[in-house]
Design a protein around this ligand. Structure first.
Ligand SMILES: Cc1cc2nc3c(=O)[nH]c(=O)nc-3n(C[C@H](O)[C@H](O)[C@H](O)COP(=O)(O)OP(=O)(O)OC[C@H]3O[C@@H](n4cnc5c(N)ncnc54)[C@H](O)[C@@H]3O)c2cc1C
Ligand SMILES: Cc1cc2nc3c(=O)[nH]c(=O)nc-3n(C[C@H](O)[C@H](O)[C@H](O)COP(=O)(O)O)c2cc1C
Ligand code: SF4
Length: 639
């Protein structure tokens, strides 16, 4: 039976060829003045070419007073229309429908981008945000008009529809939520009053674009972790009012600090917001778009069981733009999985980073640079090291037609990924590891495990090119007594190669140390994490660090940053705390997560002996998966 995902569906007069939607996601690939660029076009074209039925272009401001992100796209000026037309043209080229999400940041907009303070229904700042100015009724009317004008421009730029961004704590949402709307006039108080701004926007857009133009809105059907936040019951009322005002569909998202769609869960859980979509669907007749960690299998089920009409796959399409085509061809094992690291989300909030990137897909937003073309002259390529850097280099080189052999000294591939996938919240790294291994097999890469590369073995093999991806050596800190103590490496603990007792001290409080501590705490161990630096887990991305540290606290892990190591005794570790107190922390096992050094000996021995030699991943410098994969891919393309 043909998949339900391939049944066309209508939103108003717009027929979408399949049920798969690319939801709006800010990329920051636009120009400083808010125009889509060549980079924007390449990025969206790749997703349309990959088979999505409907591509909704990211949050795009209707007026400069809503400027929220650097390089925030804008539909606030007629002059922009020709540049936008170029974008809709590349999306349409592949049979996808194109929509754009129209947006105003309200109190989330940044004064440093606008040169004036942000605005909001009430003068209440978002947590950690700026104090906004309360909007007057005249200003509200003006903004309603800005939305209508932006919708008209979208229509003129050949968009097939517009999505009104009424979710995620931006301006319209700020009116909808009693937590941010304390107005005493007709825009505050009851649900109908709080929805008035949205309803006026819908009416104004309808008047401007006509009845047949598809217009819908995205809502946060529930706010999680916010006192007086929007409830599902309120959302049903809001959708009813919006439907009466003339929307053609509703896109059901959620928000709030504890919302399950903005953080990883202990084990990957598909469809974290499906209950909301289903509830909204029961209360309305217009099509419902569901979103939130939706897998192809779940998407199929949701459509079949009539719990949603379309399914949106967000980060999944960051990681692999070709998912729809791969589903259609029955090649689920070829889908490059998102690892739920939320680094893309962190990019939006990390000072100094002005583009959204995907850890597992270095080609995201760099589609032209990372295009895979067949090699002019196939070469005999030897990859040394079966971690992610080596596997990615092997994958790309093999896709380009090179004859690739990979040697790995351990009995299994994966390198540090095997350990990284073990702690809670990290299981998608295992799926990614599996993806790489499956691809190497399908591409015919010759894989030899338990094969340690030595200079003589490489010389005997006579490769045209050698890629050295030998990873790291864990560091052992110089602490008196360390040689006599029960000391194990974090990687070995996570891989089940080393046993630990009941009381454990982890030396090293970066990501590996903290995650190993959580893994051990879950096993009932009493764990203390120590580090020399003043703060724990500084290398963890901004969106995940808080979650990680609060989980450790809840699980009873003691965190001791800023210590000086004195000595290791048969009873435990002696430290001087940051307060200057000398104390012994009792332990039967010391787990080392104290950093690593690059494993470069082989590279140094080979560099003048093989015609082409490359050094990639952690063995060039210990870093993260992003660099390992980027260098793997670049090298696979360079050979
Ligand atoms: C617990 C843990 C959690 C982590 N979590 C994350 C995370 O959430 N996000 C992130 O971005 N990064 C994470 N990392 C870091 C990430 O896993 C590494 O940056 C990445 O694995 C580096 O890849 P690589 O291929 O360069 O090296 P490795 O993964 O170390 O692979 C090197 C491989 O080379 C093999 N090898 C070495 N010498 C030889 C030889 N002479 N012959 C043959 N084979 C050889 C090794 O056995 C190994 O398999 C984590 C790491 C750990 C340990
Ligand atoms: C980097 C990033 C940017 C996003 N930008 C937007 C946006 O512009 N508008 C919006 O409504 N949602 C935005 N979202 C939310 C996504 O559209 C989507 O709802 C979310 O990622 C959950 O779906 P997923 O689990 O399929 O990724 C963004 C998410 C991420 C990670
Ligand atoms: S950066 Fe991480 S969370 Fe975001 S799409 Fe890529 S793998 Fe997924």
């Amino acid at each position: 039976m043909k998949s339900m995902l391939w049944q066309p569906v209508n939103i108003n007069k717009m027929e979408v060829k399949n049920r798969i939607v690319m939801p709006p996601m800010v990329t920051q690939y636009g120009s400083a003045d808010g125009l889509p660029t060549e980079r924007t076009r390449n990025y969206y074209e790749a997703r349309a070419k990959g088979g999505a039925g409907l591509v909704i272009v990211e949050a795009t401001m209707v007026h400069k007073r809503g400027h929220t992100f650097i390089n925030h796209l804008s539909l606030s000026d007629d002059k922009a229309i020709p540049a936008w037309r170029q974008l809709t043209e590349v999306i349409h080229r592949h049979g996808a429908k194109a929509a754009v999400q129209i947006h105003h940041g309200g109190r989330m907009a940044k004064s440093k981008l606008m040169g004036m303070p942000p605005v909001a229904p009430s003068p209440i700042p978002a947590p950690g945000g700026e104090m906004p100015q309360e909007l007057s009724k005249e200003e509200i009317k003006e903004i309603v008009n800005f939305f209508a004008q932006a919708a008209v421009r979208a229509k003129q730029a050949d968009f097939d529809g517009v999505e009104i961004h009424a979710a995620h704590a931006y301006l319209i949402h700020q009116f909808l939520s009693a937590s941010s709307n304390k107005r005493l006039d007709e825009y505050g108080g009851s649900v109908a009053n709080r929805a008035r701004f949205l309803i006026e926007i819908i009416h104004a857009i309808r008047d401007a674009v006509g009845n047949e133009y598809p217009v819908w809105c995205r809502i946060s059907a529930q706010e999680y972790g916010i006192a007086e936040g929007i409830t599902l019951q309120e959302s049903k009322e809001i959708v009813k009012l919006a439907q009466e005002a003339g929307i053609d569909a509703v896109h059901v998202s959620a928000s709030g600090p504890t919302a399950p769609n903005i953080q990883p869960l202990p084990k990957f859980t598909p469809g974290v917001l499906v209950n909301l979509a289903e509830a909204i669907k029961k209360s309305t007749v217009i099509p419902v778009i569901a979103v939130g960690k939706i897998t192809p299998e779940l998407g199929e089920k949701l459509i079949k069981e009539d719990k949603a009409d379309l399914i949106a796959m967000g980060r999944a399409l960051f990681a692999d733009p070709d998912i729809p085509n791969k589903i259609a061809e029955g090649r689920l094992e070829d889908i490059l999985p998102c690892i739920e690291c939320f680094s893309c989300r962190s990019d939006l909030y990390t000072p100094g980073i002005v583009e959204v990137r995907c850890v597992v897909n270095p080609a995201m937003g760099k589609e032209a640079e990372f295009r895979i073309v067949r090699a002019a002259k196939p070469k005999k390529v030897l990859v040394i090291g079966g971690g992610p850097a080596g596997m990615e280099a092997a994958r790309i080189a093999a896709m380009r037609g090179h004859a690739v052999t990979l040697w790995e000294k351990e009995p299994r591939l994966g390198g540090q990924l095997t350990q990284a996938a073990t702690p809670p919240y990290k299981d998608r790294i295992g799926a990614f590891n599996q993806f790489l291994q499956t691809q190497l097999k399908k591409l015919g890469v010759t894989i030899e495990t338990k094969k340690e590369a030595t200079p003589s073995a490489v010389a005997e093999f006579k490769p045209d090119a050698a890629i050295v991806a030998t990873g790291i050596k864990p560091m052992v800190p110089q602490i008196p007594g360390i040689e006599k103590a029960n000391v194990v490496h974090a990687g070995d603990v996570l891989e089940g190669k080393a046993k630990v007792g009941k009381k454990v001290i982890v030396i090293g409080g970066e990501m590996v140390g903290c995650e190993t501590a959580e893994f051990l705490a879950d096993k009932g161990k009493k764990v203390t994490v120590t580090r020399r630096g003043p703060e724990m887990a500084l290398g963890v991305t901004v969106t995940l660090r808080g979650f990680l540290l609060s989980r450790l606290e809840k699980k009873g892990v003691t965190l001791l940053p800023g210590v000086r190591y004195e000595e290791i005794t048969p009873h435990g570790l002696v430290v001087t705390t940051k307060e200057g107190e000398k104390k012994t922390i009792e332990a039967d096992t010391i787990v080392l997560a104290a950093g690593s050094t690059p494993n470069q000996e082989l590279y140094n021995a080979l560099k003048d002996k093989v015609p082409e030699v490359y050094l990639i991943g952690d063995c060039a410098k210990p870093r993260t998966l992003r660099e390992a994969l980027t260098e793997g891919q670049r090298t696979g393309l360079a050979i």
